[in-house]
Design a protein around this ligand. Structure first.
Ligand code: PLP
Length: 410
């Protein structure tokens, strides 16, 4: 077997499809976000970042940075072990308490990322509850899909946010069979919001647990940043809430919030929780400061909403196609991987605007897009420049007879 050739063959097929991923080499400027240095072979230049999930700019918030510096100075860099073997610091304990309080649950459990939290929790729930049948939205994130797959139990995929289909599937198994409905509050690529309360009605009717991924909502929605379930007053109806500390809260790590018994069982049985070094104490300290700040301060959320609405209406005014949704995600539809990459390459090299192209498997083929994420710290001038640049590009490469007129760069 020629192993190297095997790797090259797979990479070549990505190149041919136009979906080979190139990472932008960036160095964000603390205090000047969304401006960053972009490192290329020919030198370094300023770019404005328009696709970050640091939705509120909390990664650079003074309170967060201060807490992280202080923790490093007090206890050092690493946690020194798994949670069981010396890696539970006071920062972890306090953070779990804060998260339980944020979601008004009895307990919370930290993981090294929300990806791991989903994978570890869903797979372990399947092992802990014999015969558990999982009902999963077709657009659920890869981490939930993997968790369900690793659990190895029976699963049913319902059409995206389609409650009639969900009910049909729920009816197809015995009423007394254990069930779990897994879904997201804000779907990150389309920006759609799930009807959480109505899903919970179905869960009550068919005696199912509910598992809600609020990764793209925590910090951003609700009076204290508890997410869409908090905003809609249905947090108490959801059994397990999953969230990240990496996006709205601007640091890193993931968690679940649920009943005491549920968290304790996952803590005790989930390999993805047990057999890995815990988060660095400074990371926990930074997340704690971020959550505490966003529980009290509504300034960031209000400004974020305003920025999103402004950008959406500016793009509509110049005819750039944005997928309609009620959330903070601004998906600009392109619909072709090669064209999408050409547009984003041109934005980066000619306009100093950084937006990563989104392609398959993150979104279905033919729905390739740019996913813009305006934040409270994107200025009017930066927004006007982005919209002008996109208008110019759209004028230069219109869609004619369903075909894109290719850019010179393609
Ligand atoms: N869940 C959803 C819906 C996501 O989009 C993501 C990541 O983007 C995750 C979970 C994983 O979050 P994390 O970055 O904390 O691993």
């Amino acid at each position: 077997m020629d192993y190297e050739n095997q790797f090259r063959r797979h990479l070549e097929s990505l190149h041919q499809e136009g979906r080979y991923r190139v990472f932008a080499d960036l160095k964000r400027r603390c205090g000047a976000y969304p401006v960053a240095d972009h490192f290329t072979e020919t030198g370094t230049r300023d770019v404005t970042v328009w696709c970050s999930n640091d939705y509120l700019g909390m990664s650079q918030h003074p309170a967060v940075r201060e807490a992280m510096h202080e923790a490093i100075d007090q206890v050092g860099a690493g946690s020194g072990g798994t949670r069981n073997i010396s890696g539970t610091t006071h920062y972890h304990v306090e953070l779990e308490r804060e998260l339980a309080d944020l979601h008004n649950k009895e307990a919370a459990l930290l993981f090294t990322s929300a990806y791991i939290a989903n994978d570890a929790t869903l797979s372990t729930l399947t092992r802990l509850i014999p015969g558990l049948q999982i009902f999963s939205d077709e657009k659920n994130h890869a981490s939930m899909i993997e968790g369900i797959r690793h659990g190895g139990g029976p699963k049913h995929i319902f059409r995206h946010n389609d409650l009639e289909h969900l009910e049909e599937l729920l009816q197809s198994v015995p009423l007394d069979a254990p069930k779990l409905i897994a879904f997201e509050s804000v779907y990150s690529m389309d920006g759609h919001i799930a009807p959480i309360g109505t899903v919970c009605d179905l869960a009550d009717k068919y005696n199912a647990l509910t598992y809600l991924d609020e990764v793209h909502a925590v910090g951003l929605y609700g009076p204290r940043g508890g997410g869409i379930a908090e905003l809609e007053g249905v947090m108490d109806r959801v059994d397990v809430i999953n969230g990240t500390l990496a996006k709205g809260f601007g640091v890193m790590g993931g968690y679940i919030a649920a009943s005491k018994a549920c968290c304790d069982a996952i803590r005790s049985y989930a390999p993805g929780f047990i057999f890995t070094t815990s988060l660095a104490p400074a990371v926990a300290a930074g997340a704690l400061a971020s959550i505490r700040h966003l529980k009290r301060s509504v300034i960031e959320r209000a400004r974020h909403r305003e920025r999103v609405q402004t950008l959406k209406s500016m793009l509509a005014d110049v005819g750039v196609p944005v997928m309609d949704n009620k959330s903070h995600i601004v998906p600009v539809m392109v619909g072709d991987p090669v064209h999408c990459k050409a547009v984003t390459d041109t934005l980066l090299t000619h306009y100093g605007i950084y937006v990563q192209p989104i392609n398959y498997p993150t979104v279905p083929r033919g729905t390739e897009r740019m996913r813009l994420t305006p934040s409270p710290v994107h200025s009017d001038a930066q927004m006007a420049y982005l919209v002008d640049s996109l208008r110019e590009l759209w004028a230069a490469c219109p869609v004619a007879n369903g075909q894109y007129v290719r850019l010179a760069a393609e």
